[in-house]
Write a new protein. Structure first.
Length: 238
């Protein structure tokens, strides 16, 4: 999702969007350049630049990448190594965190991000804050199916969101309600935002039903730190 490799004299490698400012050398947002000795005498060395505008990428020198962190710490791949329903259910039920937080945990399922987790929960009719251990067998079976469905569908169209099915929540993620808007489809009426520590999601009240209803604790803003913390049972120590 971040960073790219650019070999000098060749077009920069990219996933979906072609990086800008790559005509110059060193390319824009270059973090470092690797120089390789030329294979033929009197030829220029091969130069490979790592470009990262978002500065989120990392480069590691590993002897056995698949057996070393962070790759060795990744969970199952929904496309290549989805566990059986029985193993999946065991992995889910032993956790006490909200289900969306588990889906975003890369040590549980590698590659599932915010929008994928929302889409999976939407199709499974599960509230993102429902705890894992409270899920029924039917809900877990639906989760198991929809994780593969959403990921495989996105991969089949090379993550081109314009080709995602029209009934997907993704098509309405960034819609904002307006008084004069009358073109909204029935499938997205009354969508409400759900905000949690693991991100935000859209929740249709008629479809998603939260199994555990708990009153939300009051929140208190601490001006010194700029962070919003729970006021309930908050203890400040010097």
């Amino acid at each position: 999702m971040t960073g790219a490799i650019h070999v000098r004299g060749q077009e920069a490698l990219y996933y979906r969007r072609k990086p800008k400012g790559q005509e110059q050398w060193p390319p824009r947002f270059m973090k470092f350049i690797l120089y390789f000795e030329p294979q033929e005498p009197n030829s220029a060395p091969v130069e490979i630049a790592f470009v990262d505008a978002r500065r989120l990428g990392r480069i590691r020198l590993c002897k056995e990448p698949l057996k070393e962190p962070p790759i060795s710490n990744l969970g199952f791949d929904p496309i290549l190594s989805m566990p059986s329903l029985e193993d999946f259910e065991a992995k889910v039920l032993k956790r006490g965190c909200p289900i969306k937080a588990l889906l975003l945990d890369q040590s549980f399922s590698a590659g599932v991000g915010n929008w994928i987790a929302d889409e999976v929960l939407f199709h499974s009719a599960i509230h993102p804050e429902q705890t894992c251990k409270s899920l029924t067998s039917g809900q877990i079976q639906s989760l198991h199916h929809n994780i593969v469905y959403v990921c495989q569908t996105a991969v089949d169209v090379n993550a081109d969101s314009s080709q995602f099915p029209p009934h997907w929540l993704f098509q309405h993620r960034w819609e904002t309600p307006s008084d004069d808007s009358s073109s909204s489809s029935e499938s997205t009426d009354d969508l409400s935002d759900v905000h949690s520590d693991s991100g935000s999601a859209k929740k249709p009240p008629a479809k998603r039903k939260r199994s555990e209803k708990k009153p939300k604790p009051a929140r208190k803003k601490l001006k010194r730190s700029g962070l919003t913390q729970l006021a309930e049972e908050l203890t400040l120590t010097k």
